[in-house]
Design a protein around this ligand. Sequence first.
Ligand SMILES: Cc1cc2nc3c(=O)[nH]c(=O)nc-3n(C[C@H](O)[C@H](O)[C@H](O)COP(=O)(O)OP(=O)(O)OC[C@H]3O[C@@H](n4cnc5c(N)ncnc54)[C@H](O)[C@@H]3O)c2cc1C
Length: 536
Amino acid sequence: VTYVEAAYDVVVIGFGPSGQVLASQLGMAAHRVGVFDRSPEPYPLPRAGHADDEIVRIFQSIGVAEDFAERAIPAADYEWLDANGQLLFAIDWNKASRSTWRSDYIFYQPYVEETLIAAATNHGNVDVHLGWEAVGMEEFDDHVEVTLREGHRDSGRWEPTGRLHRVSASYVVGADGANSFIRQAAGLTWIDYGFQESLSIVDLRLHDPDMDIDMPDAGQICDPARPVSLFRWLGREHCRWEFMLMPGEKPDDLVSEATSWKMLARWGVTPDNADTIRRTVYTFKSLLADRFGRDRIYVVGDAAHLMPPFLGQGMCSGIRDVTNLAWKLDLVLRGTAKQTLLDTYSSERRAHVEVITLTAMELGRVVCETDPIKAAARDAAFRAGNVPPAEPLPSLGAGVLHRGPDGQPASGAGRLSVQGLVKYRGRTGRFDDVVGHGWILLARKSGLPTHLIDAHRELLAALKVRVVHVTRAVMDDPDAAVDLDGIYARWFRELDADVIIVRPDFYVFGTAASIDCVGELLSSLRQQLQLTGPVT
Ligand SMILES: Cc1cc2nc3c(=O)[nH]c(=O)nc-3n(C[C@H](O)[C@H](O)[C@H](O)COP(=O)(O)OP(=O)(O)OC[C@H]3O[C@@H](n4cnc5c(N)ncnc54)[C@H](O)[C@@H]3O)c2cc1C
């Protein structure tokens, strides 16, 4: 065993989307990051197809949103059809959102990963090692050591070369997917929420990308004889069908070439007008780790949670995980906050993902109904408008949030922040691009600095908080951002606040009704962050 590197701040095991985004975030924060993935090359086939605007804003923060938006497409309507192709209901997936991006996008995962990998490997302080599998982990008081074995895939199968390496790091993050070695080695337990369905996935590239096909851009055919999910556009070059396996069917029954083309024939898709990218069967489950980490070891993405695909939120949740963990790791690694701050990664993210998983399961049960009588009752309920509208994604509840006297998150705390177009110091554009991201304190009135005591100034400096006066007026104040589209004016009104503090993961820490109360808000922030000592 050779020691390759004894001084990483963070070792990330797994270089799928979750590991890729985390590597960029920690790389931007100037930490020394070692990334190891067992696979010698990036995964070449698509899985995830949908992401919401929050994810695109996160991509924006690591400099890949423009590239993403160019190769993905804004989703059009998401339509649910009955067995005869009649519309049951439609959700507008191409709305304006709170972040300036469209509300939902459909993409081809290998292209997204290509962009994310380029961004992560662009940082000199991020080392990426492909073809190294984590096989051992040992914890010490002040660091963790991971043993890795090298492998290659010359004959198609992963074969170890016999070389072993041992690396050490202050923190280890398992982004190593559903069968996570890190999750198991850390003694975290999977909790099964009880969903299991298998879908046969067919990804195609049409010879003529504009070919007319009688299907919605994105949709579900709620046919009890065989539920089908459809993506007419999986990004700009591909399309996808997902056929549910019916009771008694085996994966092999559906993935043969002949069966696959037979099932596609009703849409006029044949080997003469389309190439198969892949056919496979996935079994979707609903599993959450009992907690998302402890001490010096954390899990993110599919290593921490698995959910059915019906909300298109699996990868999105992994990207939210790393965005939450990255800023906390940064504060702990810089010595600003105590390690116990990392407990809030688990409490905040687990509760959030649990709600999404339960909703995805519920949606899955509705879509996957195979009893014709129950399916007819469901269709009738949809037609009569007796189905509650889709719940918005949850807020954060347990963690670093300003709280009221009842201990519950105070007004606005835990909700996602907005992003609008602003003019700031001579530049016009999206707020995060022209002002920056990280900790942000937005004030609706000028004169905030006169309300701050020294301790609060020190806190703002230690967290590198950007203090911005957001106004509709054009003024000389160099800290003023002009609210060009009125997004912020509306948001201040909605929250009934003069001051809003936004965390680096874009969630609201808390608000103050007037500038006079900013001291209370900052004292609460100081306390919630579990700082190591007086901020100097
Ligand atoms: C058909 C399908 C449709 C989906 N649709 C959507 C959707 O529309 N929207 C959405 O958000 N999500 C969707 N998902 C989920 C999404 O694809 C996953 O949640 C996401 O890819 C997980 O990313 P990850 O980085 O956490 O894990 P992975 O992408 O699984 O990456 C884990 C990495 O860890 C590596 N690894 C594993 N073990 C080790 C080890 N011991 N040592 C070193 N490396 C290791 C692997 O080689 C791999 O590269 C879908 C999934 C499927 C299958």
